[in-house]
Design a protein around this ligand. Structure first.
Ligand code: RP5
Length: 160
C-alpha cells in the first residue's frame, strides 16, 4: 500500500499537523507521523528523507514554523513529491510561509496555506496524488467532496 510520511519540525507543531490524520485515515491512506527538525537533527532528517521512498512512502508532508527549513531540506534529499505546510510560531506564520514557498528552481516544494487549512489540504493533495493510480481512493475522495458540498448546502442560512 502507498503511504504518506508526515514530518514536523517540533512537538509544538503536532496539534496542527495532526489535522491531516483524519482525512488520510478516512481516505484509507496509511500514514506515519514523525518529529524531526531540519536544524536540530539535520542528519536524522536527511536520512528520513533519503530512505522514505524505499520504505514505501509516495508523498511526504512537512510542517514547520519560524525559519521553516524542513520542507526544503527533505525535498533536497528525496525524489518524492514534498508538500510544505507553513506553521505560525511568530509573525503570524509569514516567516514560515516565505521560507517554505521560496525554493530555488530545481527543488520544488508544493506550499500550502498556513496552519490548519494547510495541514488539511496537504492530506487531500497527498491523497489526490496517490489517487492517480488508485481508482478506489479516487472514488473515496470524490465522495468526500460531495459530502463537503452537502454539509454546506444543509447548514442553516445565517441570513434567514
Ligand atoms: C520550528 O521551530 C518548528 O517547526 C516549530 O514550528 C518552531 C518552534 O519550535 P520549538 O522551539 O517549539 O521546538 O523548527
Amino acid at each position: 500500500m502507498s503511504k504518506v510520511l508526515i514530518l514536523m519540525g517540533s512537538e509544538s507543531d503536532r496539534e496542527r499537523m495532526e489535522k491531516a490524520l483524519p482525512i488520510l485515515h478516512d481516505a484509507g491512506v496509511e500514514t506515519e507521523v514523525l518529529v524531526s527538525s531540519a536544524h536540530r537533527e539535520p542528519d536524522r532528517t536527511a536520512a528520513l528523507a533519503r530512505t522514505a521512498e524505499e520504505r514505501g512512502f509516495r508523498v511526504i508532508i512537512c510542517g514547520a514554523g519560524l525559519s521553516a527549513a524542513l520542507p526544503g531540506v527533505v525535498a533536497a534529499h528525496s525524489r518524492l513529491p514534498v508538500i510544505g505546510v507553513p506553521l505560525s510560531a511568530a509573525l503570524g506564520g509569514l516567516d514560515a510561509l516565505l521560507s517554505t514557498v521560496q525554493m530555488p528552481a530545481g527543488i520544488p516544494v508544493a506550499t500550502l496555506a498556513i496552519g490548519r487549512a494547510g495541514a488539511v489540504n496537504a492530506a487531500l493533495l497527498a491523497a489526490s496524488v496517490l489517487a492517480l493510480s488508485d481508482r478506489a481512493l479516487a472514488e473515496r475522495l470524490h465522495a468526500f467532496r460531495e459530502a463537503q458540498t452537502r454539509a454546506v448546502l444543509d447548514s442553516p442560512d445565517p441570513a434567514a
